[in-house]
Ligand binder design. Structure first.
Ligand code: DGL
Length: 309
């Protein structure tokens, strides 16, 4: 019977929105999650640097070992999915292609908006992924980096889930400022007539209700988390690597390059499940894992993969 866990990583807490869906879709699977909180955000960084992080963390997960790796970060997917798939022996799944697929399925007028970090949007990964699925769909992309700051600030401020917090309280403090920021970013997308908007950043599902208010009810919001979880399930099933049924719930393991206590506190709110224990991982230890051969792959000035998935 298959006993190896699924490895999931992100620049920090946002990838827990993907872990949440994987746990929901595959409750019998064990998860090992690494949040690279010490180096978050990845969004404004050079993609070559993010590619190095992808190889470091992938190598760390490979040694756990895990049976499949999920890059639960759009920026890291855009920067390093293709390289990770070439480098690691286990299947590697990103979040861009699942999001693009869900958007292509959802759009009726074939006009899709995408919001994400600067790294994700400038990489063009979503446009390429959508075009590969349906060349007739027009993609309008806008980088919305301040949304990441809003989520980070919101998580650190109120009790309860961020969704409740943004939706029900802080009328005076965050709501006007979020709406102002959001209108600035999203007005042009609304004018372009999109009927579907991809939340192309793992932080953004936490702002779903607030974003919906700004774009209006006619625009369908797409989060790639659910679709990614389906892809994980399909990949494991087709390879005969699903964990067997068990009466006990599996124990998941959480690691961070940042502060474990803070990760447990904030992560529990994103995951909507109590994270009891988080172990630290040192950045020097991650860096030391990369062989010269793997480092050379990062230094290669390769262009990004045209299609992520
Ligand atoms: N997790 C990142 C993503 O999905 C957002 C946060 C960051 O910039 O690191 O793109």
């Amino acid at each position: 019977m298959e006993t190896l866990p699924i490895g999931i990583f992100d620049s920090g807490l946002g990838g827990l929105t993907v872990a949440r869906e994987v746990i929901r879709a595959l409750p019998q699977e064990r998860i090992v999650y690494l949040g690279d909180t010490a180096r978050c955000p990845y969004g404004p960084r050079d993609l070559a640097e993010v590619r190095r992080f992808v190889l470091e963390i992938g190598t760390w997960l490979e040694r756990v070992p895990v049976k499949l790796i999920v890059i639960a970060c759009n920026t890291a997917t855009a920067a390093g999915l293709a390289l990770a798939q070439e480098t690691f022996d286990v299947p590697v799944i990103g979040v861009v292609e699942p999001g693009a697929r869900a958007a292509v399925r959802a759009t009726l007028n074939r006009s899709v908006g995408v919001i994400g970090t600067v790294g994700t949007i400038e990489s063009g990964a979503y446009s390429r992924a959508v075009r590969a699925l349906d060349a007739g769909v027009t993609v309008f992309s806008v980088a919305t980096p301040k949304f990441v700051d809003v989520v980070e600030a919101g998580l650190r401020m109120g009790p309860g889930t961020l969704e409740e917090w943004v939706a029900e309280s802080s009328e005076v403090f965050i709501r006007p400022s979020f709406h102002e920021i959001a209108r600035g970013y999203l007005e042009s997308l609304k004018r372009s007539g999109i009927d579907t908007l991809v939340l192309g950043c793992t932080h953004f599902p936490l702002l779903q209700a607030a974003i919906q208010q700004v774009v209006g009810p006619a625009v369908r919001l797409i989060s790639s988390a659910e679709e990614t979880a389906h892809e994980v399930a399909e990949t494991l099933e087709s390879r005969g690597r699903l964990a067997g049924e068990s009466p006990e719930r599996p124990a998941h393991h959480y690691f961070t390059t940042g502060d474990p206590a803070e990760f447990a506190r904030l992560g529990s709110r994103v995951l909507r499940q109590r994270i009891m224990h988080v172990e630290p991982v040192g950045l020097e230890d991650l860096a030391a894992l990369l062989s010269e051969e793997r480092l050379a792959l990062v230094r290669d000035d390769r262009t990004e993969d045209p299609v992520c998935g």
